[in-house]
Design a binder for this molecule. Structure first.
Ligand SMILES: [Fe+2]
Length: 390
């Protein structure tokens, strides 16, 4: 195995705590942050599943005053973020708990920028724009997907223009990521399906980006091993706690890989599908991933890495040529999409073929496209979309 010689500069920012029923420790972990008034940011589904009760019980047992903002929506916009920040300001909140999927964590993180640094969300679009310290945040994921709990970015859409803004700052990383697989047992199957394929996509994309390095590779490889082996298990048996735990760890490790290496063209191609046709993020990246693997597989270095992954997953033998491994990896993802009842063709959505050029133009402008191992121009994205169209 070759050593990646790209320089890196990595300082872990988040304390990561893992364990079945680890949620019972949230009170003591939050109290350690000198918390007094805690705002739990979550959505009604999480409340209904009973997770908020477990969190509240533990926080109150540590004599913390608990407030709840439960108006998080999927793909949060500036509207919910400003409402959440306003509520936190009114209640003089000193610590945030993001409880839920990526949307809850993004809303809490977005509100933290506004609460502590003022202004508008677009002021923080990019990286490192917050001048003042943020208040501490505890991130508790209830899905195994985005890896947001281990990242320093909030993805927030402008409520008027629908433009998605990635707002990052090292100060916005959670102080604690609390990973409890028992919280992921209640997810509906379709959520397991699209969040899990998102995590797999993160593991595969981070393995080959231009920014990959020695640290991202550690997290990316382990994330791949865990997610590729356990995705079929959680689809087959939603209560398999060991497999749920592996997916949760895998998703978080992939999140740590993204912090260090960024992601690639499957994400660039999925963003316009969401923006114009509401294609769920995980569905979009999963749909595009096999085509992106085949496209990147024409790059010698990327093909070599895909071969390592395919070997790790037992899809090929050491005697198989890299092109065989690239195809095996792409086919495995297609098999997983079918297993998970996820769309495998772009035409499964109500998207006219004539729109592909416009989508491709937008995909090529995505920030993530620059990190893809092969240059992806507008024509390439057109080719990628057409290859999965019908
Ligand atoms: Fe993603």
């Amino acid at each position: 195995m070759s050593c990646n010689t790209t320089p890196f500069d990595y300082r872990p920012m988040t304390r990561v705590v893992y364990g079945p029923n680890a949620i019972e420790r949230i009170g003591s972990l939050t109290a350690e942050l000198r918390a007094g008034k805690v705002l739990v940011v979550t959505d009604p589904g999480i409340v209904k599943a009973g997770h908020l009760d477990r969190v509240r019980e533990s926080l109150e047992a540590s004599t913390l005053e608990v407030f709840v903002f439960q108006d998080v929506v999927e793909n949060p916009t500036t509207k919910e973020v400003y409402e959440c920040a306003e509520f936190a300001r009114e209640k003089k909140i000193d610590t945030l708990v993001g409880l839920g999927g990526g949307s809850s964590l993004d809303t809490a993180r977005g509100a933290n920028f506004i609460l502590t640094n003022g202004g508008e969300m677009k002021d923080y679009w990019g990286y490192g724009k917050a001048m003042q310290p943020l208040i501490p945040m505890v991130a508790v994921p209830t899905t195994a997907g985005t890896g947001s709990e281990c990242q320093s970015f909030a993805l927030i859409a402008d409520a008027e223009t629908h433009q998605k803004m990635a707002c990052g700052d090292p100060k916005a990383a959670a102080h604690v990521a609390l990973l409890d697989p028992t919280l992921t047992l209640t997810q509906p199957r379709e959520v397991t399906a699209h969040t899990g394929i998102d995590a797999i996509t993160h593991a595969i994309e981070t393995a080959v980006t231009k920014k990959k390095n020695g640290i991202s590779t550690v997290y990316s490889r382990r994330a791949f091993q865990l997610t590729i082996a356990n995705y079929p298990k959680v689809l087959q048996d939603s209560k398999d706690l060991e497999a749920r735990g592996a997916m949760l760890q895998g998703a978080s490790f992939a999140g740590l890989a993204i912090e260090n290496s960024m992601i690639g063209a499957a994400h660039s191609a999925a963003n316009p599908l969401f923006a114009h046709h509401n294609v769920v993020h995980g569905e979009g990246v999963g749909l595009m991933l096999p085509a992106v693997i085949r496209f990147n597989g024409r790059d010698e270095e990327a093909a070599g890495i895909y071969r390592e992954l395919a070997l790790m997953a037992g899809l090929v033998t050491p005697d198989d040529a890299p092109e065989v491994a690239v195809e095996a990896l792409a086919s495995q993802i297609e098999d997983y999409l079918r297993l998970a009842d996820l769309p495998t063709r772009l035409s499964d959505y109500d998207i006219p073929e004539e729109e592909i050029d416009a989508l491709a133009e937008e995909a090529a402008k995505q920030w993530t496209a620059q990190f893809n191992p092969r240059e992806v121009r507008k024509e390439d994205f057109g080719h990628l979309y057409r290859s999965v169209y019908a």
